[in-house]
Design a binder for this molecule. Sequence first.
Ligand code: KIV
Ligand code: ZN
Length: 499
Amino acid sequence: MTKRIYIFDTTLRDGEQTPGVSLNPQEKLEIAKQLEALGVDVIEAGFPIASNGDFEAVKLIAQNIKESTVNALARANKSDIDRAYEAIKYAPKKRIHTFLATSDIHMKYKLNMTEDEVLEKATSMVAYAKTLVDEVEFSPEDGSRTRKEFLYRVLESVIDAGADIVNIPDTVGYSTPEEFGLLIKGIKENVKNIDKAIVSVHCHNDLGLAVANSLAAIENGARQVECAVNGLGERAGNAALEEIVMALRTRKDIYGYETNINTERIYRVSSLVSHFTGITVQPNKAIVGANAFAHESGIHQHGVLKNRETYEIMTPESVGFKTNNMVLGKHSGRHAFEDRLNTLGYELSKEQVNDAFLKFKDLADRKKEVSDRDIEALVNQGVVIIEDVYKLINFNVTTGNNIESTATVKVAYNGKEKVEAACGEGPVDSLFNALERAIDISPKLNDYSIKAITSGTDALGEVRVKMSLNNKNVLGIGVSTDVIEASLMAYMNAINKLN
Ligand code: KIV
Ligand code: ZN
């Protein structure tokens, strides 16, 4: 029988700690549903004590996810553990993941605790968590920089106290593959009761070695890997889920392990995560980058045409990139559109299909050919439907190289309509200034970015704005063939999320 590696996804916890990323509970639930369909064994849904929003998101996920284990993070203290339990108690399969730093530098400067105090605290808190749930995971934070004898003592003690999984983090991404592999080997050989627990690893990518370190750990006895979609996470991120899974699958001859991941769904999850987080996937990113399966040089193209395996070690289809010969346009009907959605891996409600089809028809009127990337952009936008408290009725803008841009907007909210006008540095600035006057809140615009989804002057433009109000940060997204309209849509999307 082939042995199995458990995939623990932390996109919604460590991944959400990516600078600038903030997801609301509905967006987190949508990602969690996609992770469940992807087949991840454990979803780390969040850190419930961190904020009410985090607590609500973990609770929502626990109430809706049935197949994957729902995991909540807690520091090694009772209030964190109680809060984690309150959030995950609804899940059929649940786990509490508690952690405490064990390296000299963390114990001295961060915790101000001795080794004996850390040992006692870790052990008693694992025992406490075990009174609440059947499955408890313990992480000695900064494990890779911890004195080995102390690490072995802590692991033995927490396993005796009931830890089912011991997770070794390379918290600061300092290890190298050989060193990290030996660390896991040492743990397997020196912790007496290690066979009573699953050994897990959690590698950060500060030196670009997170995936290599995780694979070295697997070769030395780790059976659970913690990772995040698109490699999101603190600082340089965590090991990328898609890279670990595809390395295990493509090089099964070396590793000999299977995962439960339905790899054909990888691209879909990656694109949704990128859409909600606003973190674009670099084109040359392994597995999910736009160029991951593109062959530029003539020699390569020639080889691939003769036999794909000359330059392709895995197929684009195996990770969910669909090669498509059928072009959709304004004459395409609902049937062809729905068929395309199915091929692209979307399972949408009737309401979502209707919404997407209307947007598709509208786009097909403006653009000759509608590509898969266009469809993705339209559909991702409608995955989480937010209530439009502020509605844009119409807008008008005058701009040129020898006049000041002037804009007028008409918006509706709370049953009233308001018209405002303003000038600005170009059309977008004048429209945003007019909008700011027209609404009854004063959000701060922190970032504005624009990109074309496909090429050509009729391409869909995607605008993203980051806004904040009263310590709440949101990302607003607008998609249109008209970049001015896309900018307005992004602004409206953001203020409706702030509400
Ligand atoms: O990087 C780290 O050490 C963590 C722990 C909470 C596992 O994220
Ligand atoms: Zn981490």
